[in-house]
Design a protein around this ligand. Structure first.
Ligand SMILES: Nc1ncnc2c1ncn2[C@@H]1O[C@H](COP(=O)(O)OP(=O)(O)OP(=O)(O)O)[C@@H](O)[C@H]1O
Ligand SMILES: [Mg+2]
Length: 265
């Protein structure tokens, strides 16, 4: 314990399956690659996804429920990343009666980890029930993930309203699964459209990428993916708002050709 206090950021969304776990894993890796000490917490109790996304599911001995119920110390449950030595994951349990883990116990654990890390990222479960409450009440700041689709944006709007009833600062939106070709052709909402609809800033744009399976690659080998998470990390770290322009390859003469080729394949 050396007196530092981590930033505690929850990664949440309205709609499920939009990329919270993916963003948590990769934002964590991007922050750790800058030398920050990062703890990722899987608060999706009963549905372990983050350990799978991090490729560490075979290393899990103790999980977050063991820690909360004092069967082990936090340090015993944390799993160090193979690539980034300052990146650790607190895995969730595979099966458990969820009701015995309270928001307060997650908050206490988060505060304890915050004394030894620079960032604690909380991977929020889908929905806005108890699991949401547990994750959000432990954080000081929130990132809302959405896809550029109306249903997801509508749910993100509801989540921003709900977040305003908590003591958290909304850092902004991450737009996941953006398709530069569709945005350029006007078939998908642009980043500006998303900002107008939600009246919040976009702090990250992650393109749709079929190779985004992080268990294998963690986005580390994929230039475009790594770059957009590096920008997101920079925005979180410095408060800037630098975004990847995913429409760039699809503009102009050759861009139109590329767009048409993509449409046909
Ligand atoms: N940018 C992307 N391009 C392609 N596939 C993606 C992208 N982002 C996420 N996915 C895939 O979409 C699926 C859902 O992502 P993820 O598990 O991160 O969502 P989630 O919001 O955490 O879901 P849940 O609400 O169930 O916790 C995963 O299979 C993931 O690999
Ligand atoms: Mg998830």
């Amino acid at each position: 314990m050396d007196g530092i206090m981590a930033r505690k950021i929850v990664i949440t969304s309205g709609k499920g399956g939009v990329g919270k776990t993916t963003v948590t894993a990769n934002l964590g890796a991007a922050l750790a690659s800058r030398g920050f000490r990062v703890a990722l917490m899987d608060v999706d109790i009963g549905l372990n996804n983050l350990d799978v996304a991090m490729g560490i599911e075979n290393k899990v001995v103790y999980d977050i429920v063991d820690v909360v119920e004092n069967r082990c110390r936090p340090k015993q449950a944390l799993i160090q990343d193979e690539v980034y030595s300052t990146l650790y994951t607190m895995p969730s349990s595979h099966s458990y009666d969820k009701t015995s883990v309270t928001g307060l116990s997650i908050k206490n654990l988060t505060d304890r980890l915050a004394q030894s890390f620079d960032y604690v990222l909380l991977d929020c479960p889908a929905g806005i029930e108890l699991g949401f409450h547990r994750a959000v009440s432990a954080a000081d700041e929130a990132i809302v993930v959405t896809t550029p689709h109306i249903a997801s944006i509508r749910d993100a709007d509801k989540v921003f309203s709900l977040l305003s009833t908590y003591d958290v600062i909304p850092l902004g939106i991450v737009v996941n699964r953006a398709r530069g070709d569709l945005i350029a052709s006007g078939d998908m909402l642009s980043i500006e459209n998303v900002e107008e609809l939600l009246k919040k800033h976009v702090i990250g744009v992650i393109p749709e990428n079929d190779d985004i399976s992080f268990g294998n690659a963690m986005g580390r080998t994929l230039y475009g993916v790594r770059e957009c998470f590096a920008l997101l990390a920079e925005n979180v770290y410095t408060g800037s708002r630098k975004l990847l322009d995913c429409t760039q390859p699809y503009r102009g003469f050759f861009g139109t050709i590329r767009r048409n080729i993509k449409k046909r394949v």
